[in-house]
Design a binder for this molecule. Structure first.
Ligand SMILES: Nc1ncnc2c1ncn2[C@@H]1O[C@H](COP(=O)(O)OP(=O)(O)OP(=O)(O)O)[C@@H](O)[C@H]1O
Ligand SMILES: [Mg+2]
Length: 232
């Protein structure tokens, strides 16, 4: 579904993403994890088209999309949410969803509203709802237009453990029902192990492990990176 080959990106002298090669299988929830500053969000930016790599390629369903704009990628079926909430503060939730639906030509957002349990929030603005609901609105906006590949950057940031698990279960159900593929950046490892089919672990911009969660969680390099003992 998605293939990154030797992908790199630098902010000046900081190599945020360093020769990353990875493959995401269709229909999977693929976790992208790693310590703070590992390069996860930058990787998502390179896939969504928000940034262009310094070198390397991005392929989606076998097609090179490395040089396509973010909006072209959205039309091809790649959508994303942001690590910081990107909802519009002054529009009601219903208006935001309608706006997004009109932009991508979707007829019906009811299924998304139901799946993310947003029925109670439709007539209010994000300022009037809780943080957990705001995060779900952000995910709902990414799901409008039935994208095939959804990139979620810390959808559970700021949520409690219970809220994070509930959100992850919502996501897993959506993936099953809609046949989507998800790349999930997530800090709560319990959530990652619960819903991800496969994991790629980044540290200092590079892939240090890749595989099924049961293997990756035992990998000594991964354990070291999470304990903050990783060498550069
Ligand atoms: N706009 C920017 N300008 C300069 N450096 C940046 C910028 N954004 C990120 N970086 C640096 O690039 C590296 C990778 O950052 P990135 O945000 O991709 O990591 P991350 O894995 O998403 O981290 P976090 O878990 O904190 O969200 C870090 O060293 C970070 O300080
Ligand atoms: Mg990040």
């Amino acid at each position: 579904m998605l293939q990154l080959d030797d992908l790199s990106f630098a902010y000046g002298s900081v190599k945020a993403v360093n020769q990353v090669t990875l493959e995401v299988a269709e229909g999977s929830i693929h976790g992208l994890i790693g310590p703070n500053g590992a390069g996860k969000s930058t990787c998502i930016d390179l896939v969504s088209g928000r940034r262009r790599p310094t070198s390397g390629t991005v392929r989606y369903r076998g097609r090179h999309i490395t040089d396509l704009s973010a909006s072209r990628r959205r039309h091809l079926g790649i959508a994303r949410s942001f690590q910081r909430i990107s909802v519009y503060p002054t529009l009601t939730v219903a208006d935001q969803l309608d706006l997004a639906a009109r932009l991508v030509g979707e007829q019906d957002v009811d299924a998304i509203v139901a799946a993310l349990d947003l029925g109670q929030c439709l007539s209010v603005t994000p300022a009037e709802i809780g943080y957990g609901e705001q995060r779900r609105v952000d995910i709902a906006l990414a799901l409008v237009g039935a994208p095939d590949l959804v990139l979620l950057d810390e959808p559970a940031a700021g949520l409690s453990r219970e809220e994070s698990i509930a959100l992850a279960d919502h996501l897993a159900a959506l993936v099953r029902d809609r046949g989507m593929t998800v790349v999930l950046v997530e800090h709560h490892l319990e959530v990652v192990y619960r819903v991800c089919d496969r994991l790629t672990v980044l540290d200092h911009g590079a892939v240090i492990a890749d595989g099924v969660p049961q293997e990756v969680r035992r990998d000594p390099q991964v354990v070291a990176a999470y304990l903050g003992r990783s060498a550069a």
